[in-house]
Ligand binder design. Structure first.
Ligand code: NA7
Length: 543
């Protein structure tokens, strides 16, 4: 009986050389590399009804990339790069989705993607040296190589506030936004969370709603994005400088198409520094931190930027009490993901916007009519959770990964993630992770990190096939050394000093407090990966 049902099970499985999970930037490029460069049979499993990953789900008002458009795209192909034209300095969600569909059509990727297909378990079978993948839709796949391309910020974090389910109005998480949009007209809206997402959504919701109440737990810095349509000259520059733009993004620590000035905050006089900050503020965007090399490594240097940005908040926000709450920031600038905005602080000058300081009046409960804090009740028709994600490990743990000897990833990572270069996990043979914990990922301009990871994984699989190697798994020693390097790199910065930071998993109750991304710089990381590859993928044990 058991044998018969086992036979039926394996008969039902669809077999491929590789299964890729996720059809965002990473999954699309991984499919292209494995199928069109290595000639493998590949299937991409995607839980969404369309491709795009983050940009498929995050359709909240104001959703826009904080990287500049000419750097927020694939650069592996000059033709592909030159065939697309961005319209604005920062690409909006809808435009990015159009771009990714354009890429998928041009590379003929869609025929190998199964949409509406959610992986619920993936187990490694040592006897067949294959991964067996079960979906919530009842399908089973088997493959020699399993590549996860599930993104770092794709598992919504909705706080377990008592009474959440009792709210009588509509409630949404920004990372799972209705495709038909939300009509805020005439509504009293509450928004919880003032990270990069809440800061983007606030001005847009405020302009549409009758009233917006922003619930702030941690005050945040923000620099104006100064988004604008791209000029004809800039479009021409982007189209004619592919190699140069690609080279800059690959040479910088964060993968953005701008370099960080190699001077200390203290190499200049206070007046010169003020001018540098002022010019950077006027220019706008993430480049604000590029004026000096030591903003993220030296607290005293950071204080100068923090003080400048807090002063800006007080200059913009007219009501002194509101300005004080917004400027009461408890962490160094850029030590949490630094947001950029389009009129965020100005929004608090609108008569239909209220700021609630959750430090002074914590939320006690959600009730049918709204949100109750220790000081009162805020009546609402719509509640928006801009409360972030179970970052980096959450999307991987959600896959139900089981490696060699039945080891479950959730158990193995109970005290925090362990990886080799963020791309391989001991005990999980032939599993490759794109932008996993231990890789630079979220600390960089993502497409740059994704291209590098995907190419390294492709090269590793090519190496296996060329050399008749059937199994790749990192050595315990290599993983231990990489874990230590991730910690060392984080400790060289101010990043781990923040109390509430999703880089440390601190936003999810019960999550181990471990710094997850690699903070040593994308350029250094790339070299480490290249060196390992040049030495026969040193650190990986092949059989
Ligand atoms: P973030 O950056 O994790 O921000 C989430 C926000 O939600 C942040 O202000 C949190 O406050 C707040 N939050 C979370 N839980 C609660 C509860 N229980 N009560 C009140 N406030 C809460 O997520 P985003 O979506 O903004 O950005 C994620 C990334 O997406 C971003 O960095 C970009 O890379 C794109 P806290 O700071 O924890 O006190």
């Amino acid at each position: 009986m058991a044998t018969a049902s086992k036979a039926a099970e394996s008969k039902a499985a669809q077999v491929f050389d590789a299964i890729v999970i996720g059809a965002g930037f990473a999954g699309l490029y991984q499919l292209h590399c494995l199928r069109d460069r290595l000639g493998l049979s590949v299937k991409v499993l995607e839980r969404g009804g369309g491709l795009g990953g983050t940009w498929y789900w995050n359709r909240y008002p104001g959703a826009r990339c904080d990287s500049e458009s000419h750097g927020y795209c694939f650069t592996f192909s000059k033709d592909l790069y030159e065939a697309w034209e961005w319209s604005e300095r920062y690409p909006g969600q809808a435009e990015i989705l159009r771009y990714l569909n354009f890429v998928a059509d041009r590379l003929d990727l869609k025929r190998d993607i199964a949409f509406d297909t959610t992986v619920r378990a993936a187990r490694y079978d040592a006897t067949t040296n294959r991964w067996r993948i079960d979906t919530a839709q009842g399908e089973t796949f088997e493959a020699t190589y399993l590549v996860t391309a599930v993104g770092c910020l794709s598992t919504a974090n909705v706080p377990a506030i008592p009474g959440r389910q009792t709210f009588a109005g509509a409630k949404y998480h920004t990372g799972d936004w209705p495709h038909g949009g939300v009509d805020f007209a005439g509504k009293r809206v509450g928004l919880i969370g003032t990270g990069a997402t809440g800061i983007q959504a606030t001005p847009v919701i405020a302009a549409a709603a009758r009233h917006l109440t922003v619930f702030q737990r941690t005050a945040n810095y923000s620099v104006p994005a100064r988004n604008t349509p791209l000029s004809a000259d800039f479009k021409t520059y982007a189209k004619t400088h592919h190699a140069e733009i690609r080279a800059i993004t690959q040479a910088t620590t964060n993968g953005h198409p701008f370099t960080i000035d190699d001077r200390s905050v203290f190499d200049v006089t206070p007046a010169e520094r003020e001018k540098i900050y002022e010019d950077a503020w006027e220019k706008g965007g993430l480049q604000f931190r590029a004026g000096f090399r030591d903003i993220l490594t030296d607290k005293a240097a950071n204080d100068t930027a923090a003080e400048f940005l807090k002063r800006k908040i007080r200059n913009v926000v007219r009501d002194a009490k509101t300005a004080n709450v917004l400027a009461d920031i408890d962490h160094p600038y850029s030590a949490k993901r630094p947001p950029i905005d389009s009129g965020y602080f100005e929004t608090f000058n609108r008569p239909n916007v209220t700021l609630v300081d959750l430090r002074a009046e914590p939320i006690e409960a959600i009730v049918p009519s709204g949100v109750v804090t220790t000081k009162g009740t805020y009546d609402l028709d719509i509640l928006v959770f801009a409360t972030g994600f179970d970052a980096m490990t959450g999307p991987l743990l959600g896959l139900g990964l089981e490696g060699r000897d039945g080891v479950n990833l959730r158990d193995f990572w109970r005290s925090g993630p362990h990886t080799y270069l963020g791309m391989q996990i001991p005990g999980f043979p032939n599993l490759f992770v794109v932008t996993g914990p231990g890789s630079p990922s979220v600390l960089t301009n993502m497409p740059v990190a994704i291209e590098q990871n995907v190419e390294w994984i492709t090269d590793c699989i090519a190496h296996m096939r060329a050399n008749g190697l059937s199994r790749a798994e990192p050595s315990g020693k290599a993983v231990e050394a990489w874990d230590a390097e991730v910690q060392r790199a984080a400790d060289a910065t101010l990043l781990p000093t923040v109390k509430h930071s999703w880089y440390l998993g601190a936003n999810v109750p019960g999550k181990p407090r471990v710094f997850m991304p690699y903070a040593g710089g994308m350029n250094l990381y790339r070299k480490r990966c290249d060196d390992a590859a040049a030495n026969g993928f040193e650190g990986i044990q092949f059989t």
